[in-house]
Design a protein around this ligand. Structure first.
Ligand code: CO8
Length: 284
């Protein structure tokens, strides 16, 4: 009898033109690779990223044999080369778009970021080089941003007669507050990785791109030791309560907390503690 294929194995690592995918030890690295355009987000990039998140959104599903598919436990999103993470939406493509065209393009891009945020596994943006416009916005849609010293962040759309259209006016102000968001968006200025960390935009800064990628991997290795189901529920609760009052948020958290008590992982994790052994989580 052949084994059911996992989500990791069904994700063909060679099926994309603008992305490179690498799966190692249950960690998926997605590299946006359009080096000639500094990895700018063309419509094809958004379409290919959407295909990847469609696969990943099935993580945790239980197969016919009763096993939960956690074949990918974390995702790193990065850009090809040292110069750029993503230099924004593709300006050449956008230059001839009509309002209807751009509504459709940015709408598809927003659907992609909604899927990314809802994934049951953590997504780390590993920002090397430029994260401008749509590049900063795609990083903001990840669960956390780790940067290299060379990273430069900015929302320079007003210099092009545009505004951020991929979540920048919304997610950036939630990340750094409206004052700093206006500072950056209205001036189109770039900030360094250190400034991004001071503002709370980047969680960590590494000396080099190599250290950045190994730092992101080490972080996800730590996540891998935990219950996959609890990690997914914790992420869901943080996302669901981010914009609620404390009292409303606590009500929502209570439901997620109670849900955990119907899972095998909770019984295993607490029994393992009591029995002084390492837990073996099934992710169910
Ligand atoms: N789109 C298309 N091509 C780009 C982009 C881009 N955003 N950025 C750079 N490139 C191309 C350049 O045109 C150039 O191509 P070529 O060699 O064929 O002339 C190549 O990449 C290298 O760029 P430069 O020669 O300009 O490299 P420099 O080192 O001199 O400068 C910069 C690097 C500072 C990053 C510069 O390229 C730049 O300012 N780029 C534009 C940055 C920007 O304004 N980004 C915001 C774009 S608007 C946006 O993101 C709105 C969000 C919309 C998202 C919608 C849903 C996805």
């Amino acid at each position: 009898m052949s084994l059911p294929s996992s989500i990791a194995s069904s994700l063909s690592t060679s099926a994309f033109e603008t992305l490179r995918l690498n799966i190692a030890d249950e960690i998926l690295t997605i590299t946006i690779a359009r080096p000639k355009a500094l990895n700018a987000l063309s419509q094809q990039v958004i379409s290919e990223l959407t295909q990847v998140t469609e696969h990943l959104s099935r993580l945790g599903e239980v197969n016919d044999e009763g096993k939960a598919d956690w074949s990918i436990r974390g995702v790193i999103l990065t850009g090809d080369g040292e110069k750029s993470f993503v230099a924004g939406g593709d300006i050449s493509e956008m230059s001839t778009m009509t309002p209807d065209d751009v509504r459709a393009y940015a709408g598809r891009a927003q659907t992609f970021t909604a899927h990314l945020e809802a994934l049951p596994v953590p997504v780390v943006a590993a920002v090397n080089g430029f994260a401008l416009g749509g590049g900063c916005e795609i990083a903001l849609a990840c669960d956390m941003i780790f940067a290299s010293e060379r990273a430069l962040f900015g929302q320079p759309e007003v210099a092009l007669g545009l505004i951020p259209g991929f979540g920048g006016t919304v997610r950036l102000q939630k990340a750094v507050g409206p004052q700093i968001a206006k500072d950056l968006i209205l001036s189109a200025r770039h900030i360094t990785a250190q400034e991004a960390r001071e503002y709370g935009l980047a969680a960590r800064v590494y000396a080099s791109q190599e250290e950045l990628l190994s730092g992101a991997t080490e972080y996800l290795e730590l996540v891998k030791k935990q219950s996959p189901l609890a990690v997914a529920e914790a992420k869901r609760s943080i996302n669901a309560t981010a914009h609620l009052s404390t009292l409303d948020g606590l009500q929502v958290e209570l439901e997620f907390f109670a849900d955990c008590f119907s899972t095998d992982d909770m019984r295993e994790g607490t029994s393992a503690f009591v029995e002084k052994r390492k837990p073996s989580f099934s992710g169910r």
